[in-house]
Write a new protein. Structure first.
Lengths: 416, 186
């Protein structure tokens, strides 16, 4: 019996010939990423760490600091980085959402294991990496020892065929999958098949990131020409991709014809079995529209947003908030003119941070409000008041809806 | 820490998220104040009723969401263990790493009702509803995980192994430090 991508990576890092679902192994971790929140709450500085070259620090969730508590974490991070000689320190100003910074700097590499406290660390699966959120206590342990344990979960394989139609994004594919099959608790997701080649890397990252919303463990894509180019551009070639064996054992194989997909919207509360094609969604009036987060604050998301907004205006009574996923995305989007277009349309462009996605320090929604978001979660209370409703859709759908003031199919707006 | 727990049961439903237990606003507070928000939306006032050693029973996909230190809030409230029909794996790991006994019992919400007495033993996998007499056994978690729970969580282990200051060993078992270990996240 062969191995899935994840089983292959775990086996290699555990130093054992094979792993199958149900097996528990201890593994070497290739990269450990600490985030600002870990330093802000009673940080305990370790006496020794496993390897500073396998450690990165990213300031992302609450920057620039909105509270004294968060502000107090900064000096601890800087002291720790200096004391242990951690060169991969992405401090405020060269920061970003950790998963974006991980991508830009090639910290998640094919066939390797990456650990980070944030629950959306599965984003790294877009790069053929075994990456997942592990909780700060465990990440502290990995920081110190360089190792952790995994119990291999059964893997669900998505076999993708066809190509995504114009105006249909990775977000739409994910929302379709979440609606069709629901939660994947205690399962890994593996994306493969001939259709993957047509899915741009930024869309793959949206899909991998949002595995967290359907409670999956790892979400992994295979290594192909798209990833080869990505790492070639970064000048990184020291990795060994993990391929799924032809006779790998899957809990289930699910087929998706990309060509048949349409833009999708998830209704408030969950993405799991709670979506509809945008053509069928109730045309709710919206108060806030948000485009950002590790899932949808990428440069291509901002390009798509600018394309929809160009020459148009955000509807009266609607606030559109756009948050680049990193300082690099912010600078690139500025250089390419996207931010000018977005701001000219009447949107608020914020600093790079997790921002409104997690309802902590900016862009919260109030009681009775309706929000349409292109971010990670639409849970009750996630973005502010528990009496607010959070719909979720692609950046194109969110931008188009901000213009009309109600949930709108971007393909109609673009056709005007 | 003990690998077994006996306590009064509180039953919750399916799909309880970390936002239901640790809302973003509570992340600005210290642990005792944040703990007052647990289930604030799904069962207002519960934090005033829960007592030391009580056990939370939930349905499927318990703990979906962020890596916020919910287990530390449960420790703060004196909760003695978690049972669910199905745990989100990050939430389950966080419970183990905080030294909070957690057990998966596939039909738990049908077996237990509010006020029942539940007993569970992670070492043997045995559980029982001492009120109704219903009992059963589930697969035992790997030894490594049992060791972590028995150590009071992963942070005290790091102190024992010399990675963290030894003088913190006792305080590392406190809810507040367990919270620090688990940090916050989105």
């Amino acid at each position: 019996m062969g191995m899935t991508m994840i089983e292959r990576i775990l086996a290699k890092r555990a130093g054992v010939p094979t792993i199958h679902a149900g097996d528990t192994v201890t593994v070497d971790v290739d990269m450990t990423v600490l985030i600002d929140l870990q330093f802000a709450t009673m940080w305990i500085e370790p006496l020794k760490i496993a390897d500073p070259d396998k450690t990165a620090i990213v300031m992302d969730h609450a920057v620039p600091a909105p509270t004294i508590k968060d502000a107090a974490g900064g000096p601890k991070a800087r002291r720790f980085a200096a004391k242990f000689g951690i060169e991969r320190f992405y401090d405020v100003g060269r920061h970003g959402i950790c998963h974006q910074v991980i991508s830009e700097n090639g910290l998640a590499r094919p066939g390797e294991i990456l650990a980070c406290t944030d629950s959306h660390t599965c984003a790294g699966g877009a790069y053929n990496t075994a990456a997942r959120g592990l909780g700060p206590a465990e990440v502290m342990s990995i920081l110190c020892t360089g190792r952790t344990w995994f119990q291999a979960s059964p893997t669900i394989r998505y076999e993708l065929t066809g190509t995504l139609p114009g105006g249909v994004s990775g977000k739409d594919l994910f929302l379709h999958i979440a609606n069709e099959w629901g939660d994947a608790t205690n399962h890994n997701l593996e994306y493969g098949g001939p259709g993957v080649a047509s899915i741009p890397l930024h869309d793959r990252r949206t899909i991998a990131t949002q595995g967290a919303e359907i409670s999956a463990d790892f979400s992994t894509f295979g290594y192909d020409d798209v990833l080869a180019e990505h790492f070639d551009n970064l000048g990184i070639d020291t990795f060994e991709p993990a391929h799924a064996d032809p006779d790998a054992a899957y809990a289930e194989v699910r087929n998706v014809d990309l060509s048949a997909l349409v833009p999708f919207v998830a209704r408030p509360g969950t993405v799991s079995r709670n979506g509809v094609p945008v053509t069928d969604i109730e045309p709710r009036r919206i108060d806030q529209a948000f485009i950002g987060s590790c899932a949808n604050g990428q440069l291509d998301d901002l390009r798509i947003t600018a394309d929809v907004l160009r020459g148009r205006q955000v509807a009266p009574g609607v606030r559109l908030i756009v948050t680049p996923a990193s300082q690099q995305v912010y600078r690139d989007a500025m250089r390419l003119g996207y931010l000018q277009v977005i701001a000219d349309a009447g949107a608020v462009v914020t600093n790079a941070t997790c921002g409104a996605c997690f309802g902590y320090h900016m862009g919260l929604v109030g009681p009775g409000e309706v929000c349409l978001t292109s971010s990670t979660r639409n849970f009750t209370g996630r973005m502010g008041s528990t009496d607010a409703e959070i719909y979720m859709a692609s950046p194109a759908t969110v931008a188009a809806s901000a213009i009309t003031g109600r949930i709108t199919d971007a393909r109609e707006v673009e056709g005007q | 820490m003990s690998l077994s727990a006996t306590g009064r049961v509180w039953v919750f439903g399916h799909g309880i998220t970390t936002d239901d237990m640790y809302p973003p606003d509570a992340m600005k507070l210290d642990i005792p104040a944040a703990a007052k928000h647990v289930f604030y939306n799904v069962r207002p006032g519960w934090v005033d009723e829960v007592g030391p050693g009580d056990i939370v029973v939930a349905g499927n996909n318990f703990g979906l969401g962020s890596s916020r230190p919910v287990a530390a809030l449960f420790n703060q409230l004196g909760v003695g263990g978690l049972v669910a029909e199905e745990f989100n794996s990050l939430f389950f790991r966080n419970a183990v790493n905080a030294g909070l006994p957690a057990m998966t019992i596939p039909t738990a919400t049908q077996i237990f009702a509010d006020g029942d007495t539940l007993s569970m033993n992670l070492r043997t996998g045995q559980w029982s509803n001492d009120t109704t007499g219903v009992a059963g056994r589930v697969p035992v978690m790997p030894d490594l995980l049992l060791e972590i729970v028995e150590s009071g969580g992963i942070m005290p282990r790091l102190a024992q192994q010399g990675y963290l200051p030894a003088e913190l060993l006792t305080t590392l078992r406190s809810p507040a430090i367990a919270a620090a270990g688990q940090g916050r996240g989105a």
